[in-house]
Structures are given as C-alpha cells and as structure tokens.
Design a protein around this ligand. Structure first.
Ligand code: FES
Length: 106
C-alpha cells in the first residue's frame, strides 16, 4: 500500500492510502479532509489545494509551472515548501510523502 501522510491545519498527522495515478489533491480530498476544498477540481484556478510539502521530497516533485507559481503568489501564507497539490501526480516514488494543508483555504 502506498501512503501519503496528511496533516490538516492545527490537526494531527494521518496516514492515508494513496493510489497511483491520482493527484495528491485527489487523494487528500477523497480521504475526506474538509480543510482542502479544491474548489476548481484541479483546474489550476483556485489555490484551495495549497499544501506545504516535506522538503525531503522536493527533488522528487514535478517542477512548478509559471501558472502554479502565479496562483501561489496570490495565495495567503505562501512558504518555500508551498505547492498546489492538484499539480502533483502521485506515484510510487512519492510513497510516504508528507504534506501539511495550508490554513484558511475555504
Ligand atoms: S484544485 Fe484548484 S488550483 Fe488545485
């Protein structure tokens, strides 16, 4: 079983079963985390899938597109580890990836 470690804002880390082929956003959303509404459904237009990614995995992530970067610039509480989780395809190389959901996404 592939795993994603999800920490909601002000919450405890939870281990979620992760399916290859889904985005990190879809895995978090499907696991029922209301703190990550992902309003645009992965259309790269809402930034309500904002997460902070464990820096240990940074080099395994796909590069950030200019559109993702611009959208994150408009997001509150951007940090160096910020990514939009809908832009991260999940696969075996990311097994054990830890992400923290950014606060105030709703
Ligand atoms: S779900 Fe809207 S930008 Fe990711």
């Amino acid at each position: 079983m592939l795993k994603l470690l999800v920490t909601p804002p002000a919450g405890a880390q939870t281990v979620v079963e992760a399916q290859e082929g889904l985005s990190v956003m879809e895995i978090i959303r499907d696991a029922g985390f209301e703190a990550l509404p992902a309003f645009c459904g992965g259309g790269l237009s809402c930034a309500t899938c904002h997460v902070y990614v464990d820096p240990a995995f940074a080099e395994l992530l796909p590069p950030m597109s200019d559109d993702e970067d611009a959208l994150l610039d408009g997001a509150e509480q951007r940090r160096p580890a910020s990514r939009l989780s809908c832009q991260i395809p999940f696969g075996p190389a990311l097994d054990g990836l830890a992400v923290e959901i950014a606060p105030d996404l709703g």
